[in-house]
Design a protein around this ligand. Structure first.
Ligand SMILES: Cc1cc2nc3c(=O)[nH]c(=O)nc-3n(C[C@H](O)[C@H](O)[C@H](O)COP(=O)(O)O)c2cc1C
Ligand code: SF4
Length: 432
């Protein structure tokens, strides 16, 4: 059986895990000293060799992304940490920053040094004021210790970190919309190319990485890329935080090698809540096609989840038992997408609006079987045709639920009402 690999979460049970003193007691900031003894290009190579792939959802190789920066440029180059975490079900970066903010600060310093940037931004979801305060505190402590500012630890390297509060919209987590928002504009996705590596923040070469990706860098530098690559699977190396939520006995963050299965994670989490059974789940947040109990043994790595018809995404495992109406769950997610669609492109703006209206009707038992074909038709018009990945993500729960639970949709029309008792489910606030 695969066991847990607590690296980023290793100190969470310490009462002072979020302080510099607490972090340093566990070996924190040692990797920074090691990094300053290395050539920046060797750090980029180490991250490439480790096999680290972006932990923000898409799984793009982190070292390769860093390697796309042009060797010279008239503009300053920037590191931007994406801490906007807003995907339904995704809840790993916020607890990580709350419990262990210094691992992100240390990762930001090493990564900035590696890409030769002298200013880094951490764009944090604006609603999580407690996390923003904690990051400000951690950054202030790092300045006090001489880990930030001018001539860090006598290395001749200068770096400032700016903690920036996000604008309160899911779309601001999309990397190019985030850049617009950081520049003070409304967060709208930008046309690519040019990619941020070439023309990003203020037109300068920019690396954008997820919190967990950057927080993984100190352990890679400290322990070596082979140590990291020895965990996980051949093409999905290392560890990741798996967030179990919903109808599970012990919900929470489980840091484990990529390739672990939901069955193994559920064993550690005490199983589905007592007296109930697994009905459906998301492997990586609401933007990833749902799975059922047939997928309990799918290795949770990028390739295996893809081959089984979904995406690893952010490893946000939302677990639903047999008391949950799948139509209702999909309606709730679709309401979210319709609300968060930025409106820039027609397929997503119109499609998510119609999803919401039609699913509302279907859930109330007022729809027809033809509506299911219309929903699939709308999905065809969004998928691959929307301007950014929000639109594609919105189609995932709709299409996968119709594929896996068509009969449950039909039961709604046949009864003329939802066949589930919402009071039975502890999710979605109970009553309708
Ligand atoms: C609508 C939308 C929201 C997103 N939100 C986030 C987010 O909150 N955090 C994040 O790291 N990536 C988010 N992403 C993915 C980013 O665009 C980008 O791929 C990621 O920050 C890259 O980091 P990584 O390579 O380290 O994974 C979002 C994408 C979309 C389309
Ligand atoms: S897909 Fe949706 S969120 Fe993305 S640009 Fe189009 S309208 Fe905006």
């Amino acid at each position: 059986m695969t066991t847990l690999t607590p690296v980023l979460t290793g100190n969470w049970d310490q009462p002072d895990s979020f302080t510099r003193a607490g972090y340093e007691r566990g070996g924190g900031y040692k990797a920074l000293r090691k990094a300053f003894g290395m050539d920046p290009d060797d750090i980029v190579q180490a991250v490439k060799d480790s096999g680290l792939r972006g932990r923000g959802g898409a799984g793009f190789p982190t070292g390769m992304k860093w390697g796309f920066l042009p060797p010279t440029s008239p503009n300053p180059r920037y590191l931007v940490v994406n801490a906007d975490e807003s995907e339904p079900g995704t809840c790993k970066d916020i607890p990580l920053m709350m419990a262990n903010p210094h691992v992100l600060v240390e990762g930001t310093i090493i990564s900035s040094y590696a890409i030769r940037s002298n200013i880094a931004f951490i764009y944090v979801r604006g609603e999580v004021l407690h996390v923003i305060r904690r990051l400000h505190q951690a950054v202030a402590e790092a300045y006090e210790a001489g880990y930030l500012g001018k001539d860090i630890l006598g290395s001749g390297y200068d770096l400032d970190i700016v903690v920036h509060s996000g604008a309160g919209a899911y779309i601001c987590g999309e990397e190019t919309a985030l850049l617009d928002s950081l520049e003070g504009f409304r967060g709208w996705p930008r046309l690519k190319p040019p990619f941020p590596a070439v023309a990003g923040l203020y037109g300068g070469p920019t690396v954008i990485n997820n919190v967990e990706s950057i927080a993984s860098v100190p352990s890679i530098v400290g322990n070596g890329p082979e140590w990291f690559a020895a965990m996980g699977t051949e093409k999905s190396q290392g560890f990741g935080i798996f967030s179990l939520s919903g109808h599970v006995t012990r919900p929470g963050q489980y840091e484990a090698p990529l390739g672990i299965t939901l069955r193994e994670l559920l064993d550690m989490a005490g199983g589905i809540r007592e007296g109930h059974r697994l009905k459906f789940w998301t492997p990586g947040g609401s933007s990833t096609p749902i799975f059922t109990d047939e997928h309990l043994d799918v290795p949770l790595d990028f390739e295996s989840v893809g081959a089984a018809g979904s995406m690893l995404g952010t490893r946000a495992l939302q677990i639903f038992d047999e008391t949950t109406c799948v139509v209702r769950a999909v309606l709730r997610w679709s309401e979210f997408y319709a609300h968060e669609s930025c409106g820039k492109c027609t397929p997503c703006r119109e499609g998510t609006y119609w999803y919401k209206l039609m699913l509302k009707r279907l859930e109330a038992g007022q729809g027809t079987e033809e509506d299911l074909e219309t929903l699939l038709d709308i999905s065809d018009n969004i998928l691959g045709r929307a301007f950014c990945a929000l639109g594609d993500g919105a189609t995932s729960p709709v299409v996968s639920s119709i594929k896996l639970f068509r009969d449950e949709y039909l039961q709604h029309f046949e009864r003329g009402a939802c066949p589930f008792d919402p009071a039975e489910s502890t999710l979605w606030g109970g009553a309708k």
